[in-house]
Design a protein around this ligand. Sequence first.
Ligand code: MEV
Length: 424
Amino acid sequence: MSQHVSSRISGFYKRCLEERLRAIQALGLLDEEALAHLASGGGLPTAVADRMCENVIATHALPLGLALNFRVNQRDVLVPMAVEEPSVIAAASNAARMVRRSGGFSGEADPPIMTAQVQLDDVPDAEAAAGRLEAARASLLAAGDAAIPRMVARGGGCRDLEVRVLSAELGVLVVHLYVEVGDAMGANLVDTVAEAVAPLVQRIAGGTLGLRILSNLTVRRLVRVTATVTDDALGGADVASGIARASRFAELDPYRATTHNKGFMNGLDAAAVALGQDFRAIEAGAHAYASIGGRYRPLSTWERIPGGLVGRAELPLAVGTVGGATEVHAGVRAALQLVGAKSARELAVVLASVGLASNLAALRALASEGIQRGHMRLHERKRALGVTSTAGGEAAGPASGEGKRFAAERAEAPRAVHQAGGGT
Ligand code: MEV
């Protein structure tokens, strides 16, 4: 997004769908195709769907909304989110508005280095074999590069090699090749490298060749973001202290850390889905990283500073602005235009900021009014839709056939639900 475009759009949630689209159109971020796609209600033609995966019988839709108020590394960003859970978008927008008052989110992402793994079993004298593989580093990297000439021409390619003996006794050894993949997520490139170097790896080390595949634990492709928020913006020092205590709770208890991280991933995943990213890979990497020290920990923390809080998050994030769904899906192309990230690294910083915002919104709700009040309001919206399950526990009531009421109210934002804490 150009510097003069603001991600604050006053009263966006109060407008009808057509007015929201007009407001977005006025920002000049979308090309004709993207505008037409959104104006038609989004979706995916079945003919395109049929080329994307197998045995297609229809398409499956999700609401697509916009999170507002985000400022990331001094740039205003609109964040498209595809999500079925009410309040995720409003919550992220609301937290972004609080953080914005102290300058917004800042962050940086590592160069886009993915990990290729080549597995060997029954290697005689695995330690000696590891030494021979390390000595052959240059030729192994060259063999990898030869398999991805176009990426090498674009400035990417194999950067490093690591040999890990997993069991000297069983002769189990794995070779990691670290591959820079530009603005792609990189899975296909890395799998190509793994398969290309495997025969040479085996010739050098001996043993039986096993898997040749990327690792989704992309420890050389981390993103780090930080944000400060004042007591005032949060609604008082007590709320801020409550958030810091909630963060400590997550650091001390994996049961809580799991839910804390779920709240973090609420926003990140929703944006990742809208942006056509491999959210399964993101999830797998994030949770593996959360437990990399031997105990499952929160991906983000909030610490008290004078007059406010500082939040920090670090996680692996393999995302791309080219390749995959970005090539075929008009909605993904529109979403990428809205975000306006110039590189995969920039996109990673935006996504991690959205995660931190979602996490802040959840902790703020939990540390103040609690989650249930908002849940009851959310429940009202579902009742209006006529989709409430009677199996939903105490809060559930019979569907009341008030779908028409929802149609009349559809312009309203999810402003009164649990993590949102107000309009966006
Ligand atoms: C609900 O989708 C997410 C929360 O449970 C996250 C949290 O507890 O931090 C509210």
